[in-house]
Design a binder for this molecule. Sequence first.
Ligand code: ATP
Length: 639
Amino acid sequence: MANDNKNKPSKPKFSPYWVYGIILAVFLGIQLFSGGSMETIKSTTPAQFLQYLEDGDVAKIEIVNKYEAKVFLTKVALEKEVHKKTKSTSFLSIGSPNYTFEFGDLQNFENQINTIIRDNNLTTVLDYKTEHSIWAEILPTLIFFGLFIGVWLFIMRRMSSGAGGGAGGQIFNIGKSKAKLFDQNTVVKTSFKDVAGLEGAKEEVQEIVDFLKNPDKYTSLGGKIPKGALLIGPPGTGKTLLAKAVAGEAQVPFFSLSGSDFVEMFVGVGASRVRDLFKQAKEKSPSIIFIDEIDAIGRARGKNIMSGSNDERENTLNQLLTEMDGFGTNTNVIVVAATNRADILDKALMRAGRFDRQIFVDLPDVRERKEIFDVHLKPLKKSKDLDVDFLSKQTPGFSGADIANVCNEAALIAARKGSKSVGRQDFLDAVDRIVGGLEKKNKIVTPEEKKAVAYHEAGHATISWLLEHAAPLVKVTIVPRGRSLGAAWYLPEERLIVHPEQMLDEMCAALGGRAAEKVVFNKISTGALSDLEKVTKQARAMVTVYGLSDKVGNLTYYDSSGQSEYGFTKPYSEQTAELIDKEISDIIEKQYQRAIKILKENKNKLTELAEVLLEKEVIFKDNLEKIFGKRPHEREVLE
Ligand code: ATP
């Protein structure tokens, strides 16, 4: 990916490293020279010295650190032949001693000197001094300087890498945009062919590319080119992939970055990066800016009254709003953004004139899943019997990312088995693994627990088999997986509209597990937690969201804008709250009793099914058919 030169931060002309180097050198120099320890001093022995002293040659003796003596000769003595070699003309040695030596015991040495001075009536001076070695003196300072420079460099590098600057130490780049630029020099392999399904969304983004390539076609009739498009959809549905395809196909510069790239710990940096990004984009117009996960900066402003900490984010957002409104339509810069939290975005961001277009990228339906499978199966060595239709039917609710993951997992599973190709069973195992988590065959389960799980799962299976609207069963297992001890796999219909009787049948099937425990063992357990959670949510949604309860009536407390004015308070009275609670518990209780009734009526078959399950651990539709006969309702059950 070749970044454009303009996008690269320019190198500062004057590097601060030189300054540090010069300061350090001067400092070292001063330390070394001022210590005066560069001179060459002749060494001698204590006996020799005593002789010189006795001869009256010594002007001063300096006792350093109680073990070393430094000897300064008189001017007259320096002229003597014996001392000539110690005489130096170097300016460095001015004031330095002529001899040096180490003596043993200080007391003894002092006595000897004093005796000689006294006996010979000498004027020699005896001096004491404490000296530190040059390194001992400057080492702490050096370490301090070293650490200081190290920390400084570290901070600057962090800042510069945070600001997208390539060269170290460029703190000046912190306010520069961190967008990656894709242009004609950049090889982007993703194209619209790699995006399966998503016809509507693809068409819309293709049109955006077209706006930029042929603006006249649109503006000649007086129309204005949209300023922005917002890709909205659940995680993993291919929003980023779509944007990558735009980058690959559009023959215009494409700036890509994520919402969090604007965020920095310094105030004002986000806004400055937004300004810089738009400046760069305008310079290269026509161009596209892509901001992934825009919710990082685009959250509604002023909602968090408790803390003032999000001021910086708000400044960034304000700048973005200004820039999107600020550039004229003729600048030909289109902003494409992606989010899976459109509900929390600021309304000002979503209004026409900024993100004029909102493109919904939904979870794929069965046909789109097939196309996505086709894309991701291409690089795999698949077995001949692999039926892509079957796979796409087996994966309702899967996103494109999940499907990509299934394909990869299946290949890994096949490789682990040592197979030559990836087969149908590998895919089914991969789906199971993704839905239910890893099989834990050696999890310790007591026989009683195993029996309880078998009856629980058989309860689900029995009811879903017998009820018209419950999702048809695919497989039941009592092998522990992920956090659950057993699981039943269904194939839910992909419905666009759901009727109350369908919801109630599904709730009844979900309560079948607990009902089976009650019918068979006459005691219930904690094993139904996730079923109860699901059922309670569903019942609450029926009453408070979809207006499906007779007693509460045709009203909803759902707020699609996500910016409810009620905050933490309930939008209904205490009496209604009581009514809602009662209605929810009535719905659930009714379905529970219904499940108990069905299971009591079919207790023999339930027991038979549980026994088969205990024996085989995994059972499929065929096993149920053997026990219950054909499914009583005429719905087609997918193979
Ligand atoms: P998020 O909102 O979490 O960022 P997203 O919608 O941006 O998710 P992507 O990152 O685009 O999702 O998708 C992840 C991966 O899923 C892609 O790299 C691709 O392999 C696969 N994928 C998703 N949708 C499709 C699709 N329609 N066709 C082919 N592959 C897809």
